[in-house]
Design a protein around this ligand. Structure first.
Ligand SMILES: *Cc1c(COP(=O)(O)O)cnc(C)c1O
Length: 458
């Protein structure tokens, strides 16, 4: 018999989590204005809000925490991180930042100006926020297959080269600072980009003199999919694949809270000294001196170790297999989910799940609330609330998909938790016909409203 996957680690420390009653959860929800970001963690039993900064560090990472160097300038921990980033990505120039969006803020301050367009594959929300905040536009060039959740295309994060070229043809080079490839593509469902597509985007962009930048939060998971799905890649190591992916870019922004296997941190890495020098000024203004950029020395040291662990096949295999386990259980139970299952999360199709809830009443948010009520599980809406209003017309933007994301923290929950989650969602599915009303917004912020929005029952 073929052996099943098993985690290449065992548990050395545990953290208590708290079940609650349905009554308690109803009260907490009301007090939270039906925004799950407003719940206290003690009110959540299984937290699938995000895989960002919520994973478990290894004993080796904790050892690095003890020996980190807290020098303001030129710390040993910075050197460790710089060497590791160069080893994995090939980029020599490193600017640490306190998290991924800070890396965007610093790099975009150097590169993006009013009126620019930034083509890419479904930009992440903070990325889009940082582009639009500068009165520039993010243009989504993701392949159409990404928006058909039944389509089994193995690389649904890919960029459509025709869409990309039409952006290159309709704007002057001066107004396209770079093409942004997000690996894996979070917004379209944790879907990977193939090496072939990255290469083709690089070739096309070269023809128009446009550099390529990677938004690389889940680059190691992307490399795992390349190894396991792309022709001719199965014999290569994850680290070899990562090195090749990044060789097609001028640089990267990183949220270390994902594939860095740490709880906080980010960085920019570049192979272009001029851009590095320009961005370094903004690091000093916004983040801190260039050898720490808002990070403690110990956190940089733990990140250096985390990047090594995250780019090992056995770890990635157990990680992605656990996410698949949840996806496959839901598929067996008849729950509509996005296929193929993404790298870090399972995405439930709320439009199919709750056909009786109107788009204006936020079906994915409604489903997130129902799942929390059912079992104390916190997921997150990836739908109309997240999509924000159009910055010019101020109308709601209705994305093609309305999804409930169940993000799986790294090395954190057991497969028993996975069974629990699948059963809870099945219970909601069984009573889906009774769910006919959603929610209305009572208060929202101008930009990135989903973090702080307040809602009431429709
Ligand atoms: C998380 C994330 C970011 C932002 O990073 P933070 O560390 O949350 O600030 C940017 N892009 C992608 C693709 C992400 O997943």
């Amino acid at each position: 018999m073929k052996l099943p996957y098993a985690e290449p680690f065992r548990i050395k420390m545990v953290e208590e989590i708290y079940p609650s009653t349905r009554e308690q959860r109803e009260t907490w929800l009301k007090n939270a204005h039906y925004n799950l970001f407003n719940l206290k963690s003690s009110q959540v039993f299984i937290d699938l809000l995000t895989d960002s900064g919520t994973g478990a560090m290894s004993d080796k990472q904790w050892a690095e925490i003890m020996t980190g160097d807290e020098s303001y300038a030129g710390s040993r921990s910075f050197d460790q991180l710089q060497k590791r980033v160069e080893q994995i990505t090939g980029f020599q120039h490193l600017l640490p930042t306190h998290q991924g969006r800070a890396a965007e803020n610093v790099l975009f301050s150097a590169l993006v100006k009013e009126g620019d367009v930034v083509p890419g594959n479904s930009h992440f929300d903070t990325t889009k926020g940082h582009i639009e905040f500068r009165k520039a536009h993010a243009v989504d060039c993701t392949i159409d297959e990404a928006f058909d959740i039944e389509n089994l295309h193995p690389f649904k994060g890919n960029i459509d080269l025709h869409k990309l070229e039409s952006v290159y043809l309709s704007h002057s080079k001066e107004n396209i600072p770079f093409c942004l490839i997000t690996i894996t593509c979070n917004t379209s469902g944790g879907q990977p980009v193939s090496l072939e597509n990255i290469k083709a985007v690089k070739k096309l962009s070269d023809q128009y003199g446009i550099p390529v930048i990677f938004d690389s939060a889940r680059f190691a998971e992307n490399a795992y999919f390349i190894k396991t799905r792309e022709k001719g890649q199965s014999e290569r190591s994850i680290k070899e694949i990562c090195k090749e992916m990044f060789s097609y870019g001028m640089g990267m922004t990183m949220s270390s809270k994902k594939d860095g296997l740490v709880n906080i941190g980010g960085f920019i890495a570049l192979n272009n000294e001029e851009v590095f020098k320009k961005a370094a000024n903004f690091t000093i203004i916004y983040e801190g001196f260039i050898t720490y950029g808002g990070m403690a020395g110990r956190d940089m040291a733990a990140l250096a170790q985390g990047l090594d662990e995250a780019t090992e096949f056995d770890y990635l295999h157990s990680r992605i297999s656990q996410v698949e386990l949840l996806g496959n259980q839901l598929i067996e139970l008849g729950v509509p989910v996005q296929k193929p299952i993404g790298g870090h999360a399972v995405f439930v199709d709320a439009l199919k799940f709750l056909p009786n809830v109107k788009r204006e009443e936020f079906p994915a948010q409604t489903l997130a609330i129902e799942l929390y009520k059912e079992a104390g599980i916190r997921g997150v809406e990836i739908g109309t609330i997240l999509a924000d209003r159009d910055p010019e017309t101020r109308e709601n933007r209705y994305p093609k998909l309305e999804l409930l994301r169940l993000a799986i923290p790294r090395r954190t929950y057991t497969d028993n938790h996975i069974h629990y989650i699948a059963t809870a969602l099945k219970n909601v599915f069984d009573r889906r016909d009774e769910i006919t009303k959603g929610y209305h917004i009572t208060w929202e912020s101008e930009i990135l409203r989903h973090f702080t929005v307040q809602l009431e029952k429709a």
